[in-house]
Design a binder for this molecule. Structure first.
Ligand code: FES
Length: 140
């Protein structure tokens, strides 16, 4: 079996799909090579992510990783969300085939992009906190 049960579960029944109209931060990242796009919306209250939704025009692994990533950051502090790595996301899914590892980077970058937008809206320079988001290195 190429994909774990968890991957199949999150792919066929993704959590937190959609958008948040009055989002406090919106992130959008794209993968130039495969053309996949991910959009992430967050709602923040008192430094805690109270709601998160995502939309993707991407592959199954991108859907599954974003789905579980949204579950992992919902209720988390901004700091905790920033520390979420694609590795942790892949582990939570019980692994991904090597050729699909880069898809999990899209989820991590979308979260960082949404946080970066959130800080900008607060009048805080996001660069020292979030850092460069850049493109998915695994895909180049
Ligand atoms: Fe592009 Fe998976 S193939 S994100």
């Amino acid at each position: 079996m190429l994909y774990s049960e968890k991957v199949m579960d999150h792919f066929t029944n993704p959590r937190n799909v959609g958008e948040i109209e009055d989002a406090d931060g919106i992130g959008e990242v794209g993968n130039a090579k495969c053309g996949d796009i991910m959009k992430m919306y967050i709602k923040v209250n008192d430094g805690v992510i109270t709601d998160v939704k995502f939309k993707t025009f991407g592959c199954g692994a991108a859907v599954a990783t974003s789905s579980i990533a949204t579950e992992m950051i919902k209720g988390a502090t901004l700091d905790e969300a920033l520390k979420l790595t694609n590795k942790a996301v892949v582990e939570a899914l019980d692994g991904l085939p090597a050729v699909k590892l880069h898809c999990s980077v899209l989820a991590e970058q979308a979260i960082k992009s949404a946080l970066s937008d959130y800080y900008s809206r607060q009048g805080i320079d996001p660069l020292p906190i979030v850092g460069e988001i850049g493109e998915c290195e695994a895909c180049h």
